[in-house]
Ligand binder design. Structure first.
Ligand SMILES: Nc1nc2c(ncn2[C@@H]2O[C@H](COP(=O)(O)OP(=O)(O)OP(=O)(O)O)[C@@H](O)[C@H]2O)c(=O)[nH]1
Ligand SMILES: [Mg+2]
Length: 427
C-alpha cells in the first residue's frame, strides 16, 4: 500500500542505547518493534545496527566514526533509507543525512508517515497534517525543504504533500487553519456528547496498544464493520457504536487510535480531539494482545499514556485478547496471575458473553443516582463529575450548585472528601 514501485525500498535500522540505561524496554525489544513498524509499511529491513553511547552528540546524536560506519554500510547494502529509533532534532537529522548520504529519518517521522497513510476520514487527515506540519516547522531552517518531503520519508503520499515549496509563514497559516477546523470537530463532538449525557447513555471506550484487537472486538460486539488489519495504527478516527444488552440496556462503545511505547508528543497534541473522547468514558476497556510475549510491557506503556492523559483514575477493565493463540495451560496461568482480567478472543468469540456480563455489572449494578451539592468556590467538583460520572442535570441556586448525577458507589466517598454533600435519590 505504501510502495507503488515494484522494487521494495530497503532500510537500515539504527537502535541507539545511551548508558546508563534509562529504558524499561531492552534493546532487542525496541529493535523488534521498530522492525515490525517499518515492515508494516512495506519496506524491507536489510540490517539492524545497534550503537552504544555514553553521551548524545548535540550535532549528530551519535559519534562521527559511527556515522561513517553507517554511511559505508548503507552504500554497500544499497540502502534507500536509514531509520533511527530515537527522536532526532532538526540539526541532528540534517547533519546525519549529510554524512550518511541517504535519506535519514527518526521514529517520529516513521510513525507520522504510517498515520498519514491510514488517515481516511477528514478528521484523521486534519489531525495528521497538523502533526506533520508541527514536526516540519523547525526542520525548515536553512534548507528550502519541499513540503512534498512530508510523508515522503518512507515513500508514502501523506495528506500534507504539496508540489510547491511553502515557506514558514504559509505553514503557520495552515497550522492556524487546521487548528480552527479541528476546533469545529471538537464542538461537534461536544454536542453529541451532551446529548448522550442527557440520555444517560453509558460510554465504554476501547483503549490499548496498536494491533491489540480493539476494532476487531468492536466488530465482534456490535457488528460495526470497522476496518481491522495486521498492520499497525489501522484506526485513526474515533467511532461510536451502540450496543444493546439482552435486557434492553444500552451502552455506547467507542474505538480509537492505538497507543505505542513513547508515542510522539506531536501526535498526542494533534489527536487531542480524538483522545478527549476518553475523558468522558464511564469505563475504559483496555485491550491487550496476550499472544505478544512482551504483553506486560505493552500494558505498562498504555498505562503510562493514560496517566499522561490524566485518565488513570478512570475505571478500567483489562481485557486479554487473542487467547485462541494460547494453550489451555497458558490461559490458566494468566488468569491466576491477573485475576481481574477477562480473557477473550475477539476472533472466535470465546468468552465474549462473560465480558459483556462484566461490563454490564460494572456499569449498571454498582451505580447510584444522587444529588451532589457544593459551593460555587468548588466548581472543580463539577469538572470532576463530568469526568467520572454521568451528569444529568445542573441547577444553580443562590448559594450552591446542585448536580443530579449517576455515579459509581465506590466513587461517592472520594466525592465527599472533596467537600460535596450527597443525597441519594430512590429510583
Ligand atoms: N488470533 C487472533 N487475532 C486477532 C484477535 N483479535 C484481533 N486479531 C487480529 O489482530 C490484528 C489487529 O486487529 P485490529 O482490531 O485491527 O487491532 P486494533 O487494536 O484496532 O489496532 P489499531 O487500530 O492499529 O490500533 C488483526 O489482524 C486481527 O484480525 C483474536 O482474538 N485472535
Ligand atoms: Mg483499530
Amino acid at each position: 500500500m505504501y510502495n507503488t514501485q515494484d522494487k521494495k525500498e530497503k532500510a537500515l535500522l539504527v537502535v541507539v542505547s545511551v548508558k546508563p540505561e534509562k529504558e524499561t524496554w531492552t534493546e532487542e525489544e525496541i529493535a523488534a518493534e521498530l522492525k515490525i513498524l517499518v515492515e508494516s509499511t512495506g519496506i524491507e529491513v536489510v540490517e539492524v545496527m545497534s550503537v552504544h553511547l555514553k553521551e548524545i552528540s548535540a550535532g549528530r546524536y551519535i559519534g562521527k566514526g559511527k556515522c561513517e560506519e553507517i554511511a559505508e554500510l548503507a552504500q554497500g547494502l544499497d540502502i534507500d533509507v536509514v531509520i533511527f529509533n530515537n527522536n532526532l532534532t532538526a540539526t541532528q537529522q540534517r547533519n546525519l543525512e549529510d554524512i550518511v548520504g541517504v535519506k535519514t529519518i527518526d521514529r517520529t517521522q516513521l510513525i507520522l508517515d504510517i498515520f498519514a497513510a491510514h488517515a481516511h476520514t477528514q478528521e484523521g487527515a486534519l489531525q495528521v497534517e497538523l502533526a506533520q506540519l508541527e514536526y516540519l516547522l523547525p526542520r525548515l531552517k536553512g534548507k528550502g525543504i519541499m513540503l512534498s518531503r512530508l510523508g515522503g520519508g518512507i515513500g508514502t503520499r501523506g495528506p500534507g504533500e504539496r508540489k510547491i515549496e511553502i515557506d514558514r509563514r504559509r505553514i503557520d497559516e495552515r497550522i492556524t487553519r487546521l487548528r480552527k477546523e479541528l476546533e469545529n470537530v471538537r464542538k461537534h463532538r461536544d454536542t453529541i456528547r451532551k446529548k448522550r449525557q442527557k440520555e444517560q447513555v453509558q460510554v465504554c471506550s476501547l483503549v490499548g496498544y496498536t494491533n491489540a484487537g480493539k476494532s476487531t472486538l468492536l466488530n465482534t460486539l456490535t457488528g460495526a464493520g470497522r476496518e481491522t488489519s495486521d498492520s499497525l495504527f489501522t484506526t485513526l478516527d474515533p467511532v461510536s457504536r451502540t450496543f444493546t444488552f439482552d435486557n434492553h440496556l444500552q451502552i455506547v462503545i467507542t474505538d480509537t487510535v492505538g497507543f505505542i511505547y513513547k508515542l510522539p508528543p506531536y501526535l498526542v497534541e494533534s489527536f487531542k480531539a480524538t483522545l478527549e473522547e476518553l475523558q468522558y468514558a464511564d469505563l475504559l476497556l483496555h485491550v491487550v494482545d496476550v499472544s505478544n510475549e512482551n504483553y506486560p510491557k505493552l500494558i505498562k506503556a498504555v498505562d503510562e499514556i493514560l496517566k499522561d492523559l490524566e485518565l488513570n483514575e478512570k475505571h478500567q477493565l483489562l481485557i486479554f485478547n487473542k487467547i485462541d493463540r494460547l494453550s489451555d495451560a497458558e490461559i490458566e496461568r494468566m488468569q491466576v496471575k491477573y485475576p481481574e482480567a477477562i480473557l477473550v478472543s475477539a476472533l472466535t468469540r470465546a468468552n465474549v458473553s462473560e465480558l459483556l456480563a462484566e461490563i454490564q455489572k460494572i456499569l449498571f449494578v454498582d451505580n447510584k443516582t444522587v444529588w451532589v451539592t457544593f459551593n460555587f468556590a468548588e466548581m472543580k467538583i463539577l469538572d470532576w463529575l463530568y469526568r467520572h460520572a454521568s451528569v444529568i442535570k445542573v441547577n444553580y441556586t443562590a448559594e450552591h450548585v446542585e448536580v443530579k448525577t449517576v455515579i459509581k458507589n465506590d466513587l461517592i466517598s472520594s466525592l465527599e472528601k472533596k467537600g460535596a454533600q450527597i443525597k441519594e435519590i430512590e429510583r
